[in-house]
Design a protein around this ligand. Structure first.
Ligand SMILES: Nc1nc2c(c(=O)[nH]1)N[C@H]1C(S)=C(S)[C@@H](COP(=O)(O)O)O[C@H]1N2
Ligand SMILES: [Mo]
Length: 513
């Protein structure tokens, strides 16, 4: 072996040592986090910090390009960046010891700091990153030392100054540690299992106030159903690791500018009269024609009753709701106190306890407002405050403090080629809490044609619409626009989702054959 190839081999081995040391450290951090606090894992605390620091255009881009896979993409990209960094640390340790170990140490300290700065963190959250990084440094030092042995004077030409056997042993031990630590972390993440069991054994109390029955769906293939099946309901949140709240430990603190602050336990909540309401939840990030919207039957206790009990003081104009993982939403106090609006502290969705990803055991649902200013999942605190004093999570990140839902409509059918002649065009339209007054469609910028509206239980949900349009052979552009129940016509002025919701008409191209 020439000296050059030998040094190439050594360099590759050093980079590999860096990656193995890094992965072993991350895996050990996972294991320690499973014991100390699941949120304290270096990878998840770091990822959560990246999400919190991401500017609105990036959030928008991630949601738009990857949808619900945005978190997997984030973790994947972090993995690539960390692997490259770890390889660099390996090379650095080979060429300029102890700077490789130093680089690892720096990353470990930053990881520990990020973890203890998470909203729900305690000082112990530093432990996983610190133990993890100690592991990484140990593996790195041991492995690189095997690569830097000076060849003995009487060694054969090709010895190249490396203790091959020793290196492979260290590498194997590191890989073994990684596998064992990850398996252990898996076994120990019992929290999630306990919460899953608590949810499955939960019997929801019967509602005191029943929702009117949902209207039957028009028999049109491809049309969005009136009630979104829970499994198809969109999910949007900043939670890389879904909060696992056992109802037995859950409570809601109602405090701030109130005369009578109190804390509501799970059993107390279950003993309160519960109401059922249909409401269509929408995400402000929904593009025109997008599917970040869903309609469900919610079961819960009116938020206005909780606020009444706490007695808000004069001057308060906002309720800052907070989740166990630090997300916050700022909702106008008068909206939550409005006796005509069914704003709920919800515990049930479509007849079952809230799924864990939708906020188990309790979340807010406020008809008429985008989710980011109202629909806090895993909610644990309601602080009565002012818009001058407090901001919800997304406001300093470029989104409007107020988020009333804008009138919108979407074409669901047809979305592919059709036979020329009478073509069924159908979809949904929404203007929550005002209600939909009418929906019109047109082909190829022709005259607007009114559509038939399906029944609805009230103004808080979307409405399905349909119409039969005559279409000749060829390509056509279909457009839809809605008018709310107060006569406001949906604008075609295009606006992106940020800062307060997309506008514009939904258009689809169809080929009639
Ligand atoms: N704890 C928490 N609650 C949250 C969010 C979040 O990031 N964290 N996102 C909000 C946003 S932006 C939306 S659109 C709705 C989505 O609720 P869903 O996932 O049940 O559809 O939840 C809201 N509640
Ligand atoms: Mo959202």
């Amino acid at each position: 072996m020439t000296e050059e190839t030998a040094s190439h081999t050594t360099a590759w081995a050093a980079a590999l040592a860096g990656v193995l040391a890094g992965t072993a450290g991350l895996a050990v951090a996972e294991l320690v986090a499973a014991v100390v606090a699941p949120g304290a894992s270096t990878l998840f605390a770091g990822g959560a910090a990246v999400i919190d620091a991401a500017p609105p255009w990036l959030k928008d881009f991630a949601v738009e390009s990857f949808g619900t896979a945005d978190k997997a993409v984030l973790l994947g990209s972090m993995g690539v960046v960390l692997a490259l960094g770890a390889a660099a640390a390996g090379l650095l340790e080979l060429r300029r010891p102890p700077w490789g170990a130093g680089l690892f140490g720096l990353v470990g300290i930053v990881g520990a700091l990020i973890a203890i700065l998470r909203p729900d963190a305690t000082a112990t959250w530093a432990v996983p990153s610190l133990v993890g990084i100690a592991t990484s440094i140990l593996v790195l030092r041991l492995a690189i030392r095997r690569l830097r042995l000076r060849p003995a004077p009487d060694a054969p030409e090709d010895a190249a100054g490396m203790d091959r056997r020793g290196f492979l042993l260290v590498a194997g031990a590191a890989a073994g540690t990684t596998v064992l630590a990850l398996a252990g972390a898996r076994l120990l993440s019992a929290g999630a299992t306990a919460v899953k069991a608590a949810r499955e054994t939960l019997r929801l109390p019967a509602p005191r106030t029943l929702a009117p029955p949902a209207p039957a769906d028009p028999p049109i293939a491809g049309l969005t159903p009136y009630v979104t099946p829970t499994a198809d309901f969109y999910r949007i949140d900043t939670a890389l690791r879904i909060p696992q709240l056992d109802p037995a430990d859950w409570s809601l603190r109602v405090h701030g500018m109130v005369d009578a602050p109190f804390t509501l336990t799970w059993d107390e909540l279950l003993a309160l009269p519960l109401e059922e309401h249909h409401a269509t939840l929408a995400c402000v990030s929904n593009e025109v024609g997008g599917d970040l919207i869903g309609n469900a039957l919610w079961l819960g206790h009116p938020i206005r009753n909780l606020l009444e009990r706490a007695r808000p003081r004069a001057g308060a104009d906002m309720v800052l709701s907070r989740s166990s993982d630090g997300f916050t939403a700022g909702t106008p106090l008068e909206v939550l106190r409005d006796p005509a609006r069914a704003s709920l502290l919800a515990i049930g969705m479509n007849g079952a306890p809230l799924p864990v990803i939708h906020g188990f055991p309790a979340r807010l649902v406020v008809p008429g407002l985008y989710g980011y200013v109202s629909a806090t999942k895993w909610v644990t605190s309601l602080k009565v405050t002012t818009f001058a004093e407090d901001q919800g999570y997304w406001t300093p990140r470029g989104w409007s403090a107020l988020g009333p839902i804008k009138v919108q409509s979407r074409i669901d059918v047809p979305r592919g080629p059709v036979s020329a002649g009478a073509v069924t065009v159908a979809g949904v339209a929404w203007a929550q809490h005002t209600g939909i007054g009418g929906v019109e469609v047109r082909a190829d910028s022709g005259a607007w044609v009114p559509t038939r509206l399906a029944d609805t239980v009230g103004p808080d949900t979307w409405r399905q619409w349909s119409v039969s349009l005559p279409l000749d052979r060829g390509e056509h552009t279909l457009e839809v626009r809605a008018t709310d129940a107060e006569g406001r016509v949906q604008t075609d002025a295009k606006a992106p989702p940020a800062p307060d919701g997309a506008t514009g008409w939904h258009r689809v191209s169809v080929v009639a054959r």
